[in-house]
Design a binder for this molecule. Structure first.
Ligand code: AMP
Length: 140
């Protein structure tokens, strides 16, 4: 049995998708179970599992497409706004192990919530912890 991801099979044309944009290194198509009209996924054609796995140039290509498509999607479905996000790892909700960026159109009064709603309870971090985390991320 193949362990290729469902998105690789879309890239290879083995299963259908509503493709909205294609470049040499990326593909964008409508999500099959949309959270809103126009919900679109942008993927690298190569099956990098997580953002950290994608080479910088490929990640740049993916985000350039996100930038290009976001206003087009918004206009196409007459959305008021969009959420852009990645479930980057299973604990963050990633189900398909092939990097993908969700573009989810949002509408005034749609009952949805901001991206802040994705995590659990907010941690109570003191100044020392915040300093330590900032240093660890910044490499200081
Ligand atoms: P995630 O939880 O971030 O891995 O999201 C995977 C997304 O892929 C979900 O929103 C699914 O609805 C979507 N999806 C799964 N299979 C397909 C497919 N064959 N075509 C389009 N979207 C799909």
């Amino acid at each position: 049995m193949s362990d290729r991801t469902i998105f690789e099979r879309i890239v290879d044309g083995e299963i259908p998708a509503r493709v909205v944009h294609e470049t040499e290194t990326t593909l964008a198509f409508l999500d099959a179970s949309p959270l809103a009209p126009g919900h679109t996924l942008v993927i690298p054609k190569e099956p990098y599992e997580r953002l950290r796995d994608a080479p910088e140039d490929v990640a740049a290509d993916v985000f350039a497409v996100v930038r290009e498509l976001t206003p087009r999607i918004e206009d196409a479905v007459e959305a008021d706004a969009v959420n852009v996000g990645i479930n980057d790892g299973p604990e963050a909700g990633q189900e398909v192990p092939h990097l993908h960026v969700h573009i989810v159109p949002r509408f005034e009064g749609d009952g949805g919530r901001p991206i802040h709603a994705v995590a659990g309870e907010s941690p109570d971090l003191d100044d020392d912890e915040l300093d330590r985390i900032a240093d660890a991320i910044g490499g200081g």
